[in-house]
Design a protein around this ligand. Structure first.
Ligand SMILES: NC(=O)c1ccc[n+]([C@@H]2O[C@H](COP(=O)([O-])OP(=O)(O)OC[C@H]3O[C@@H](n4cnc5c(N)ncnc54)[C@H](OP(=O)(O)O)[C@@H]3O)[C@@H](O)[C@H]2O)c1
Length: 285
């Protein structure tokens, strides 16, 4: 990765910071993004102290003006961006809207990666890695894209729904950039004991899973405390020669290429998610 620049969103903590650490250790110049300028500075200092070439930008990627400002800052600093990892995740326990009126998980998981990738396309010469999560692959509900109808159900959660939509958007994006030298792929990280998980309560889970949440919370620090494991799939997709030129693929936590779920392959679903992203982005920038 020497001579290459990678931007990782949500990289002042959790899996994003481990991804940034891994890419910096491979020689990349990494640009870290988080909402809090002080946490950005601390993460940059930490990576620099271990010999990494790191810098930071403070931005909340669920806000349209921040995404536009982030893209503008990156364009000022770089002639070329080799890797973009859209890593930010959000999991509020109930439906909430951003200051722009967009449902929060849709904004974090689908609209932010879409808008940031579109705005950075003129600089991008390499790989876009979008991070899915939860239990993706269920149906995409056309009348519920921003959880207008339901946010949580027996097995349904808008978290999983938006991660499935991210995958549908990514696959369509991959088709659009095919042959341009840019690739768009999706990585599943696997479980990590991160700030997002630590702050989640049973109330944020589908009803069926709630009874096991307290047990999971007790076991999580021991079982999932090593964040280098869930960062493997994103580091692999961002840096490995094995996946050079691979476009429109979905990789498991074991860095293996796996089948896309049927709802993601459905072109009608891709059309709907793409159209919503385009219309929201048009209002944005
Ligand atoms: N942890 C898991 O078990 C797990 C499993 C599967 C998939 N995933 C996925 O992996 C990704 C990373 O998850 P994680 O658990 O590491 O998340 P996390 O702990 O919530 O990530 C923390 C990082 O994201 C930043 N961040 C949060 N919201 C942001 C926003 N709106 N704009 C900019 N930065 C923001 C935080 O910094 P500030 O607080 O300083 O802004 C911090 O750097 C997510 O996409 C998640 O869905 C996680």
């Amino acid at each position: 990765m020497r001579g290459k620049t990678a931007l990782i969103t949500g990289s002042t903590g959790g899996i994003g910071k481990e991804t940034a650490r891994g890419l910096a250790a491979l020689g990349a110049r990494v640009i870290l993004v988080g909402r809090d300028p002080e946490r950005v500075r601390q993460a940059v200092d930490e990576l620099r102290a271990s010999g990494g070439q790191a810098e930071g930008v403070a931005a909340d990627v669920t806000r349209r003006r921040d995404v536009a400002a982030l893209a503008a800052q990156v364009a000022e600093r770089c002639d070329r961006l080799d890797v973009l990892v859209n890593n930010v995740g959000a999991s509020p326990p109930r439906r909430a809207l951003t200051e722009d009126g967009v449902e929060v998980t849709f904004a974090a998981h689908v609209l932010a990666p879409f808008t940031l990738t579109r705005l950075l396309l003129p600089l991008l010469g390499g790989r876009v890695v979008n991070i899915t999560g939860g239990i993706p692959g269920g149906p995409i509900e056309p009348d519920n894209l921003q959880a207008e109808r339901r946010y949580l159900g027996w097995t349904f959660s808008q978290y999983n729904h938006t991660k499935t939509m991210l995958m549908a958007m990514s696959l369509r994006f991959a088709e659009k950039v095919a042959g341009t030298g840019v690739t768009v792929n999706v990585a599943y990280p696997g479980h990590g004991h991160t700030p997002m998980n630590r702050s989640m309560t049973a109330a944020g889970f589908p009803y069926l899973y709630r009874p096991v949440v307290p047990l999971l919370r007790v076991a999580a620090p021991r079982l999932f405390g090593d964040l280098s494991k869930p960062a493997r799939s994103s580091i692999h997709l961002a840096s490995s020669a094995e996946v050079e030129g691979v476009n429109g693929a979905y990789f498991s936590m074991k860095c293996r290429r796996v089948e896309w779920p049927a709802s993601v392959l459905d072109r009608g679903n891709q059309d709907r998610v793409w159209a919503l992203c385009e219309s929201l982005m048009r209002e944005t920038v």
